[in-house]
Write a protein that binds this ligand. Structure first.
Ligand SMILES: Nc1ncnc2c1ncn2[C@@H]1O[C@H](COP(=O)(O)OP(=O)(O)O)[C@@H](O)[C@H]1O
Ligand SMILES: N[C@@H](CCC(=O)OP(=O)(O)O)C(=O)O
Length: 375
């Protein structure tokens, strides 16, 4: 969707609501506000038959409130305990509020691990599509109770973008505590101007965004911009807007000039490459010589062992690695056909020697081009 007038035709929309908005300044869930968003979402579901998936933060903030904690704990286990307590309140609230509008809800808790395993990714997709067909509103959050650094998304903006990719949504609406993306953080510079619309390719955006300062949210505008970039890979348009704006959802869908519209003017990736591009955890790095770097970038070829000059990390077959040039600039990332130890043996050698070097051969390519995405 390249123009706001097209939003009225959106069939599938992901709505992300951040902690900074959900909780009334650390005093627990803001029930009147949540009730109002539920009314708006239910309206779109009933009147326009729009499929809506809600990605809701707030479990940690609500848990802190229920446990009487004034400041966000530093220890991971305390955060996880708060999330487990708070998620109960979050889900109970959504369930009872949507019930008033005759809509069923479903709780989905995900970790990054769930989406990086291709089989689990496809299972999550089938389940969510089935729920949407049944007219249910899925309510998604990160599975904070089990997520450690290794397997976490880190912030719900990224989670919402990966769900938009998973379901090939038309639109991602990120509701937050600001009117949208400003030229500078408006909490630091109240004169900063709101960006109404920008291409997702606009390199100036990166300099405008800063971190979260609310003490409740995570990631600030940096992760929202990154989420919009990720979402554009499935052709999904992103709007970042204030959840405090009256009737924000129906007005955005009607094409009103609210918030910041980040136009996805890039060609969408094939589904498998999109899944690959959404992987956040790299297991190693391959250093390429000039020739290999060029054929990857310019000719879209597979990576052969002969083009690799050095290997960093300890990865297994099928894991994700970065491919960098001699200066360390990332060119691509992809799933390797050989482990780190095997790669160290076959690097700089022609593929015809793999069998004599290792005693077996899985594939002639180190990374097949179907499993490779350019940076
Ligand atoms: N350029 C910017 N425009 C708007 N907000 C920004 C910008 N840079 C940083 N921010 C900060 O991002 C915050 C919103 O992100 P965050 O606190 O993570 O909210 P949420 O909980 O909704 O994800 C704002 O309150 C603001 O302080
Ligand atoms: N899973 C966490 C989400 C934390 C988070 O990303 O918050 P936010 O930046 O407000 O979207 C929670 O529910 O508290």
């Amino acid at each position: 969707m390249q123009d706001r007038t097209e939003f009225a035709r959106a069939r599938r929309v992901i709505v992300k609501i951040g902690s900074a908005l959900l909780t009334s300044s650390g005093r627990g869930l803001d029930l009147p506000a949540i009730s109002d968003w539920v009314r708006q979402i239910a309206g779109l579901r009933h009147t326009q038959k729009m499929e809506i998936v809600l990605v809701s933060s707030g479990s940690v903030a609500e848990g802190m409130c229920r446990l009487g904690w004034k400041t966000r704990p530093r220890s991971l286990h305390q955060l996880q305990a708060a999330a487990a307590v708070g998620q109960m309140g979050l889900i109970r609230t959504y369930e009872s509020l949507f019930q008033h509008h005759n809509l069923r809800t479903a709780q989905i808790l995900l970790t990054h691990d769930d989406l990086s395993d291709r089989q689990r990714y496809l299972n999550a997709r089938s389940t969510m599509l089935t729920l949407l067909e049944l007219g249910v509103v899925p309510v998604i959050n990160e599975n904070d109770t089990v997520a450690n650094e290794e397997i976490r998304f880190g912030d719900n903006d990224t989670l919402a973008a990966l769900v938009a990719n998973l379901l090939e949504a038309d639109l991602l609406v990120i509701l937050t505590d600001q009117k949208g993306l400003y030229e500078r953080d408006p909490t630091l510079d109240p004169t900063a101007k709101l960006v109404h619309q920008a291409s997702i390719n606009d390199s100036r955006l990166g300099e405008m965004v800063g971190e979260s300062r609310s003490g409740l949210g995570r990631g600030g505008m940096i992760t929202k911009l990154r989420a919009a970039r990720l979402a554009s890979r499935s052709g999904t348009a992103t709007v970042i807007a204030s959840g405090r704006e009256h009737d924000v959802m129906p007005r955005i869908i009607a094409g009103e000039n609210l918030g910041t519209f980040l136009v996805p003017d890039v060609s969408p990736m094939l589904a498998r490459k999109r899944w690959l591009a959404g992987q956040l955890k790299l297991k190693g790095t391959l250093y390429l010589d000039e020739g290999a770097a060029r054929v990857l970038k310019e000719d879209g070829k597979s990576l052969l062992p002969i083009g690799v000059t050095a290997v960093e990390g300890d990865f297994r077959r099928g894991e994700l690695v970065a491919c960098v040039d001699a200066e360390g600039r990332e060119i691509a990332r992809g799933l390797v056909n050989y482990s780190a130890d095997e790669t160290r043996i076959i690097m700089r050698r022609p593929s015809s020697q793999i069998e004599s070097l290792l005693g077996y051969v899985d594939e002639p390519e180190l990374i097949h081009r179907d499993n490779l995405v350019l940076a």
